[in-house]
Design a protein around this ligand. Structure first.
Ligand code: GLU
Length: 384
């Protein structure tokens, strides 16, 4: 593919058929009766069945689920007639999150898999070291067959330091796990050229290939009265973030019988098609890292291995230059002293110095723990 650009077939549903890793976002408005705080079990079971179907096809699924505040609110007798203060929302989330995760686990168990609670705050995705940690945990959960159920860590979030809505959180998660499709289940079936609630002539837009200013301008404010936080504006912002990471996005209704399978039957939706793959988007991001903070010198064998697409092991390191954290961008230097690649460090500079030249099975003895054999994983490096 020239320049890593993707070509799309005319049927956007193909994006779902071909996806290997999907993030599904569902909001409080679909899952919870706002007044009673009761879970809408039909909705949980319908989505659980869809997720089971995807997993049977070998697709990895990560779920981003809202609902903690809506579930917790009536349980703490917090009024539904006014906006909650931040501390009240945090308290409600603390109570509601336990119910939310239990309800997902109950819905998944008959299908033979479990829900894994993952609460993230912006520092987990905006700080590189924590980004790597979060990614490793989610990867491990997927490998072990669980479905990560992600929500914002509302209980510790502050007004200035929160994602604020789960649309944006879902786009970050999609980027974190290199998903190729983000499914946003909503109370609307996609994007219109006017507000369909007030304008009967509003025309539905089935496919968007770029977020132009005209498309961004179509985002109206969130509709009042729903339990969720994000409106169309946050959904378009999420689609834009995901597309930049090579992840296509689809917005459709979450209240139908089998909302994800319905997409294959051509249910109304708006598909935002990414023009690059997650792999090439990540390569552009790594290669563009500003000011790499250190250098690893490789022996001849390691240079050859890395150039042929393999991970970098400790045994092939001859020298460590600079101070860097785990997850920082660094340069790799060949045996002749020539820098030839940019990479994300899997260990910090202090650890690298302790394990340089050692065999992989000696790492644990040298550090007292072991995080993996690769100092740099093959998917975290880009050759010049
Ligand atoms: N994290 C919030 C909750 O679980 C919801 C945020 C949102 O709906 O966008 O209640």
């Amino acid at each position: 593919m020239p320049g890593g650009l993707l070509e799309h077939s005319s049927q956007p549903e193909a994006l779902l058929v071909e996806a290997r890793r999907i993030v599904i976002k569902i909001g409080s408005a679909q899952l919870i009766d706002k007044l009673t705080g009761h879970a809408n079990m039909g909705c949980f079971h319908a989505l659980a069945a869809d997720i089971a179907g995807l997993r049977q096809r070998g697709v990895d699924v990560v779920l981003v689920s809202s609902g903690a505040v809506a579930l917790g609110r009536p349980r703490l007798n917090l009024p539904t007639t006014r906006k909650l203060r931040l501390d009240e929302k945090q308290a409600a989330a603390a109570v509601g999150q336990t119910v939310l995760i239990q309800t997902w686990d109950q819905a998944f168990t008959p299908h033979g898999f479990h829900a894994a609670q993952a609460l993230l705050s912006p520092s987990d995705t905006e700080n590189r070291r924590r980004w790597l940690n979060s990614r490793t945990t989610l990867e491990t959960l997927l490998q072990l067959g669980a479905v990560p159920v992600v929500n914002e860590n509302d209980t510790v979030a502050t007004e200035e330091l929160r994602y604020g809505d789960n649309d944006r959180l879902a786009a970050r998660v999609a980027q974190l796990v290199s998903a190729d499709l983000l499914v946003i289940l909503s109370d609307v079936d996609g994007l219109y050229d006017a507000d369909p609630a007030t304008n009967p002539d509003a025309v539905h837009i089935p496919v968007v290939d770029a977020i132009t200013p005209d498309i961004a301008a179509l985002a109206g404010p969130s509709r009042a009265g729903t339990a969720g936080t994000g409106g169309m504006a946050t959904k378009i912002a999420a689609a834009e973030m995901a597309m930049a990471a090579g992840c296509s996005t689809v917005i459709t209704r979450g209240d139908s019988e089998r909302p994800v399978s319905a997409l294959l039957e051509g249910v109304r939706a708006t598909w935002f098609r990414a023009s690059v793959s997650p792999e090439s988007a990540k390569r552009v991001w790594i290669a563009g890292s500003l000011a790499p903070s250190g250098r690893l010198h490789l022996d001849e064998g390691a240079t050859r291995a890395v150039k042929s697409g393999r991970s970098l092991l400790a045994a092939g390191i001859t020298q460590v230059e600079g101070q860097f954290d785990r997850g920082s961008a660094i340069r790799l230097v060949d045996h002749a002293g020539q820098a030839f690649a940019t990479a994300l460090a899997g260990y910090d500079s202090h650890e690298c110095r302790q394990i340089a030249g050692k065999q992989s099975d000696e790492i644990e003895a040298a550090l007292g723990y072991r995080r993996g054999a690769a100092l740099v994983h093959a998917t975290d490096l880009v050759l010049d």
